[in-house]
Ligand binder design. Sequence first.
Ligand SMILES: NC(=O)c1ccc[n+]([C@@H]2O[C@H](COP(=O)([O-])OP(=O)(O)OC[C@H]3O[C@@H](n4cnc5c(N)ncnc54)[C@H](O)[C@@H]3O)[C@@H](O)[C@H]2O)c1
Length: 298
Amino acid sequence: MRELQGRVAVVTGGASGIGLAMGERFAAEGMTVVLADVEEAALEAAVVGLAQRVPGARVSGHRCDVSSAASVRVLADSVLADGGEVHVLCLNAGVGSGATGRMWEYEENDWAWALGVNVWGVIHGINAFLPRMVGQAEGHVITTSSGNGGIAPLSSTPVYALTKAAVVTLTECLFAHLQDAGSAVRASVLFPGPKMLRTGLWTSGRNRPAVLAKERPPATPTPATVEDWEAQMRAAGMEPDYTPVEFVAAMVIEALGDGRFWILPASEDGDRRIQARARSMLDRTDPDYLRPFLPTDP
Ligand SMILES: NC(=O)c1ccc[n+]([C@@H]2O[C@H](COP(=O)([O-])OP(=O)(O)OC[C@H]3O[C@@H](n4cnc5c(N)ncnc54)[C@H](O)[C@@H]3O)[C@@H](O)[C@H]2O)c1
């Protein structure tokens, strides 16, 4: 999709971080932007802030919990009412899991929460929007994965990695289904990076619903702020280093322009991990390319 002016974009997880940066860039390109997010106060502030930063922006906020099929259906119904179209759909909302310790020590609620938002959120988006988008003359669905899981898992965050691997598989198959159906709508998968992003992901717990709360105190307490995470990284001998969210948004605009499926930034480390995993599979060797990250998942 080369022409964005006058088109409509919906971004889940749009109140913060990467989602907000994409929304802002879309608005600057002349698109009508709907930011959808579960965090109401942050959403209101995001809409006001975006409108101030992008003069003339057409932006609105819609409270939506992507882990709920009904909530995403309401979002789709409101945007697609009266023959409305969505041209760029970013299924981007995501959380860590808060899981700590070894995999067999995780709580069922850790799995349920992250799977609900990161995987079911994408499925609900596909179910609610695609039946009506599929016949449009143009359109693009972008899901947000991560190098962690999307390329190969960082072994200390398996819940998050699992969800991001699932997002890649879902999007690959969506791409094929759209092609098979002869639809003009395309699908792409985004790997934000190449480095980490200093976003709200590090404090994902702020949006954890009470029904999926932890039932016992975690073995390793999850840091409460991004600064606490950074202290933990430094203690593990790792200097925090980030990619700006604006870089990711620019990558998305470029990929929309050339219709690229893999929105995967150039990265020697990333390429090494892709090759090491493929090599291990082709050689039938143990997955010794796995490496830990931090002891807990945000
Ligand atoms: N930050 C990174 O380093 C990084 C790296 C790779 C991939 N990602 C992915 O990028 C995406 C955006 O994350 P971010 O880094 O901008 O973090 P963020 O916390 O700043 O943004 C995520 C947004 O999702 C929203 N959200 C959480 N639960 C929701 C729900 N149930 N329904 C609707 N919205 C919900 C949050 O309120 C927040 O606004 C996520 O899918 C994340 O996994 C992030």
